[in-house]
Design a protein around this ligand. Structure first.
Ligand code: ADP
Ligand code: MG
Length: 532
């Protein structure tokens, strides 16, 4: 009996399973990706919580930045990894809004779940979401206000908005002018269409508090001058950057020279002295009075004897310049790296008004200011009382710099505090009424999903999310397009009066990237394991 009905049963079951499997895969992907989004939801907004991340080697990071949290999270599910990539993409594209992008994606996935349950085909959902996201971006562009780079106030407000949701928010009044000034110094506001953030060097120095952070229009080395009685302040500096060593050469192989009698010993010493003195004399002859020496991994880049000679000739020496800093140093000082003493010529050197060693907190640094070509590169000297604060301050300032960069790329700003999302949702709903069929369903779901941002902002600020979002909807329906959540007063007010502004690019790229990721998750119907 059993044997007879077996095959036919199996066949029908396998037929049934084939239809079932893609749906199961989709649901499982949605669940995994949503779990990631939910994990960082509590970090959104100025009242969001921070995360403490412990790595396997015991390192601890405290952060509020979505991209940083996700980067360090151990994510196993392949669909969940897509959200990690999503926040990375937002970090590259806009630099800020890395939490928002994941929260939006999570909410859109939720919407997909409901649409799939209604029996709507994933391809229809995907296509409708594409249209909805294009429409959303158009709407956002419609409500954005243009901003000029000369409008310092707006730039400052945008930078502060980004900093306000960070661990170091109490320092935002200090850090936002630094972010604005740093970017403005390295670009030409009239012609710039992008900012190379590598021109802004962030130097972290433990000690002091974040309050002591300063912007230096020039170059800073975290090491001291080498001393040895040499100068530690040089005006009208001629700066040479060398990549060779001023120390006795070593043999190619590891062998030793045995010196048996005193005269030979004397000769070796004399030779060495002469060799070094020759180099130092050539350096002096080229007119150099500040010598920067690249770190060498083979031997000591500069011997004690060389330092002594250099000090005698009144040449200021900074050694151990890292390989990766060379390009930045050359660009800002206007010199060329010199690989051998024969190329130590005046035209390869740069110049600056002043090079000096200064005391900051408990340690000394070397500052180079007044370059011949000003404003090419600037340095931000970050200070912090402990490593955790210092690193988070560094990340937060990076976000603020990115916000200003967004404004250079696309000179439009919009209000923050949930205002744009509610406005979008409202206008998309209205637009959905002109559509028919499943498309209308999907548009509505998309529009509703965007309300997650004000919902979460309210939730994190300890307000009643439902009451807040419904009131926001009402206010927007009455035409108050800048009504947003005022977390300080715990009410809904005109958010522009609260000075909460953000670049248009942050919001448009968040919506664009989030819907793109959701669409690609929708299109996956199987996970195949690879043997290798
Ligand atoms: P992200 O990593 O996405 O930038 P944030 O934690 O910086 O996440 O939060 C950004 C959100 O918080 C944005 O939607 C922004 O409009 C909102 N926001 C920032 N500052 C305020 C504020 N003072 N009041 C209300 N909302 C704010
Ligand atoms: Mg932010």
């Amino acid at each position: 009996m059993k044997g007879k009905s077996g095959p036919s049963n199996n066949a029908s079951r396998s037929l049934y399973k084939d239809k079932e499997k893609p749906t199961q895969i989709r649901y499982s992907n949605i669940t995994a990706a949503k779990a990631v989004a939910d994990a960082i939801r509590t970090s959104l907004g100025p009242r969001g919580m921070d995360k403490m991340i412990q790595s396997s080697n015991g390192d601890v990071t405290i952060t509020n930045d979505g991209a940083t949290i996700l980067k360090q999270m151990q994510v196993l599910h392949p669909a969940a990894k897509m959200l990690v990539e999503l926040s990375k993409a937002q970090d590259v594209e806009a630099g800020d809004g890395t939490t928002s992008v994941c929260v939006i994606a999570g909410s859109l996935l939720d919407a997909c779940h409901n649409l799939l349950a209604k029996g709507i085909h994933p391809t229809s959902i995907s296509e409708a979401f594409q249209k909805a996201s294009d429409k959303a971006i158009k709407i956002l562009q419609g409500i954005a206000t243009p901003v000029k780079l000369s409008d310092r106030e707006s730039l400052l407000k945008s930078a502060s908005t980004s900093l306000n949701s960070k661990v170091v928010s109490q320092y935002s009044s200090l850090l936002s002018p630094i972010a604005v000034d740093a970017v403005m110094k390295v670009i030409d506001p009239a012609t710039a269409s992008n900012v190379d953030l590598r021109d802004i060097k962030m130097m972290k120095k433990l000690g002091g508090t974040v309050d002591d952070t300063e912007l230096i229009d020039g170059l800073v080395f975290s090491q001291k001058t080498t001393g040895a009685g040499g100068p530690n302040r040089v005006e009208k500096a001629k700066i040479g950057l060398i990549q060779f060593c001023i120390s006795p050469p070593k043999t190619d192989m590891d062998n030793s020279v045995i010196v048996s009698d005193y005269t030979q010993m004397d000769r070796v010493l004399r030779e060495e002295r002469q060799y070094i003195l020759d180099i130092v004399k050539k350096v002096k002859k080229a007119g150099c009075n500040v010598l920067l020496i690249q770190k060498s991994i083979l031997r000591d880049a500069v011997s004690d004897l060389a330092l002594h000679f250099l000090a005698k000739m009144k040449i200021l020496v900074v050694k151990d310049i890292e390989r990766e800093d060379i390009e930045f140093v050359c660009k800002s000082v206007g010199c060329k790296p010199i690989a051998s003493i024969d190329h130590f010529l005046p035209e390869n050197m740069g110049s600056a008004e002043l090079v000096e060693e200064v005391q900051t907190g408990t340690s000394k640094i070397v500052k180079i200011t007044g370059m011949a070509i000003p404003g090419k590169c600037v340095t931000v000297l970050m200070r912090g009382s402990n490593k955790l604060v210092l690193e988070e301050a560094d990340r937060s300032l990076h976000d603020a710099l990115c916000v200003i960069r967004c404004l250079v790329k696309e000179r439009f700003i919009i209000a923050g505090g949930g205002a744009p999302e509610v406005e979008l949702s409202l206008q998309l709903m209205e637009y959905a009424n002109t559509l028919t069929g499943t498309e209308q369903y999907c548009f509505r779901a998309f529009a509703e999903a965007l309300e997650i941002i004000p919902f979460t902002l309210a939730e994190n600020a300890g307000l009643n999310p439902i009451a807040t979002v419904t009131e926001l909807r009402n206010r927007h329906a009455e035409g108050e397009i800048t009504a947003g959540i005022n977390v300080r007063k715990g009410a809904i007010t005109n958010i522009l009066e609260e000075n909460v502004l953000q670049p248009l690019l942050v919001s448009t790229s968040a919506i664009h990237l989030a819907s793109e990721t959701v669409r690609s998750i929708m299109k996956i119907d199987d996970i195949v394991m690879c043997i290798r």
